[in-house]
Design a protein around this ligand. Sequence first.
Ligand SMILES: Nc1ncnc2c1ncn2[C@@H]1O[C@H](COP(=O)(O)OP(=O)(O)O)[C@@H](O)[C@H]1O
Ligand SMILES: [Mg+2]
Length: 373
Amino acid sequence: MNHPEIVRYIEKAQQAQMTEGEIRDALFRAGWVPGDIIEAFQSVKGSFASDLPAPRHNTMISAYGVKKYFGDVKALEGIDLEVPMGSVLALLGPNGAGKTTLVKIMTTLLSPTEGSVHIGGYDVAREGSKVREIIGLAGQHAAIDEYLTGRENLQLIGRLCHLEEDRVKRKSEELLQRFDLLDAADRSAKTYSGGMRKRLDLAASLMSNPQVVFLDEPTTGLDPRSRNELWSIVKELVATGVTILLTTQYLEEADHLADQIAVIDHGRLIAKGTSRELKSMIGGEILDFHVTRHEMIHRAGEAIGNLGTEKPRIDEASGHVTLPVKQGSQALIEAVRRLDMAHVPLEDIILRRPTLDEVFLKLTGHPAENEHA
Ligand SMILES: Nc1ncnc2c1ncn2[C@@H]1O[C@H](COP(=O)(O)OP(=O)(O)O)[C@@H](O)[C@H]1O
Ligand SMILES: [Mg+2]
């Protein structure tokens, strides 16, 4: 969509001898999205506007054409993303997809081979220190000092962020309390469980009150209870207006937390959308059952052959059949009826959400785990 007010601003700024980079920055900072800015540049004509135009919406994170090569390894092959202020974007992908590489570029720890990233309007390449002032990062592997206590870890981070001493104290107590770490605050971090480490790491990333928080696989390796605790902390953060980009290997996690999901594989975005949109790509739900007698599996496959949005997937060795279906409960009833008519006894039958692997299979034509050792 073209926005005449940006076009007018660009024309006026050019008259005032501003460089293209300066104009882009001013527009970014005013909250315009890069796509609109690029389009406006392309259609600059001769008229004038007086003031910086008001934004339609605020974009906190934007990435354009981001590539990262490590020698021959093409970790990222052109990533475009925009994350509106106060929302959560989940970057969903298997091991080796490029998630950590992108997070590192966005948090100024790596520079891209090509492309640009802006955080809160600041360019990560040219304004790294500004970017670091407004972000928090909880990396894939918790960056805590094992030999310090939980409290000391937080205070250390606060001092590294140049917070005033009383603020360091106040903020670390607040976070210890909020993350349920007060009881363990005086123990060295090496005695912490995996869940406690992840909480401490996340707490550390919040010491400086960041506007944008990056969480790289925040729940990988956590038990369900710790995972749920982390999820509620993320939701609380978003409720206070913080913008979050998190990476995950789990569709369920993206589903639960994210406003938008970007699916990444082999360094490319292969799909973007809400969880509803992504799931509808693979036909809603999955009918999943085991036959009691494995030799009957093909008869079962034939009986339900045309019930789904695709052909059933049959695993003879385990007697396992899966079938993507649209109208879940109706399909379930119909499947049970047909299998009964065909005299195929069932071990179990359920209707479930698609897994990440199934989303992958649909989007890429290959199962995720075969491609990534
Ligand atoms: N420093 C590096 N040197 C060489 N290859 C790397 C480096 N970092 C990551 N890679 C490669 O880039 C790809 C993406 O890695 P990564 O971003 O860590 O994926 P993810 O976080 O999704 O598991 C992988 O093939 C990985 O081996
Ligand atoms: Mg990673």
